[in-house]
Design a protein around this ligand. Structure first.
Ligand SMILES: O=P(O)(O)OC[C@H]1O[C@H](OP(=O)(O)OP(=O)(O)O)[C@H](O)[C@@H]1O
Ligand SMILES: O=c1[nH]c(=O)c2nc[nH]c2[nH]1
Length: 193
């Protein structure tokens, strides 16, 4: 998606440790018009699929998934929680993910009442790097007996391999910008054609 690639080129910065900082528009300050264009792009890609729920993971996926839902008939958006809370009750699906930016493991929790075997799920997230977050969400869907219809990602860092691994497992991964390489020395970013 050219608009997203242009924003990354203009406003993204490269940090040590393979971190692309895009918090000016994607995952701290939020450009809602850009989110809307991203939702439209995923709706075109996944047209014809009967999506009943969108599933994401806190924190950065939430806003993006909610705006995307407007393009999928306002289906409910569930976000997996990364901590137990007195606000979580009843039976839960639980998995574990290693957080890329926080560099530690978190539980991933979804209440059983919001996901079940009749659901056809679109997974949405802001970043795909090593694929840990998505494997946690896929695990939750497997526990629930739900069908993963596809995966919509804003920025995939292709050189970290998580996206291609998921594609090789048969998942339909639609990443709107795939970074093939980024050089922290001179600030250059190459996108997959
Ligand atoms: O493919 P992966 O290697 O799993 O990396 C991608 C994940 O990393 C980030 O989550 P993180 O927990 O780092 O931050 P967040 O709380 O801002 O969502 C991002 O939001 C994705 O969920
Ligand atoms: O802001 C972010 N930049 C990244 O490079 C990244 N990788 C996973 N999650 C990420 N979040």
């Amino acid at each position: 998606m050219k608009e997203l690639e242009d924003r990354i080129r203009r406003e993204g910065t490269i940090k040590p440790g393979n971190v692309l900082k895009v918090d000016a528009f994607l995952n701290h300050q939020c450009d809602v018009a850009l989110y809307d264009a991203m939702g439209r792009a995923w709706a075109e890609h996944f047209a014809g699929k009967n999506i009943t729920k969108i599933l994401t993971i806190e924190a950065s996926g939430i806003g993006i998934a909610c705006v995307a839902a407007r393009h999928f008939g306002d289906v409910p958006v569930i976000f997996a929680k990364k901590a137990q809370s007195i606000n979580l009750d009843g039976d839960q699906y639980v998995s574990t993910v290693y957080s890329f930016t926080k560099q530690r493991e978190f539980p991933v929790i979804v209440s059983r009442k919001y996901l079940g075997p009749d659901d056809h799920v679109l997974l949405i997230d802001d970043f795909l790097a090593n694929g840990k977050a998505l494997h946690g969400l896929i695990d939750i869907c497997e526990h629930a007996g739900a069908t993963v219809e596809g995966i919509g990602i804003a920025i995939e860092k292709g050189f970290q391999g998580g996206g291609d691994e998921l594609r090789s497992l048969g998942y339909d991964v639609d990443s709107l910008a795939v970074v093939d390489s980024m050089d922290p020395q001179n600030g250059t970013i190459e996108f997959r054609a």
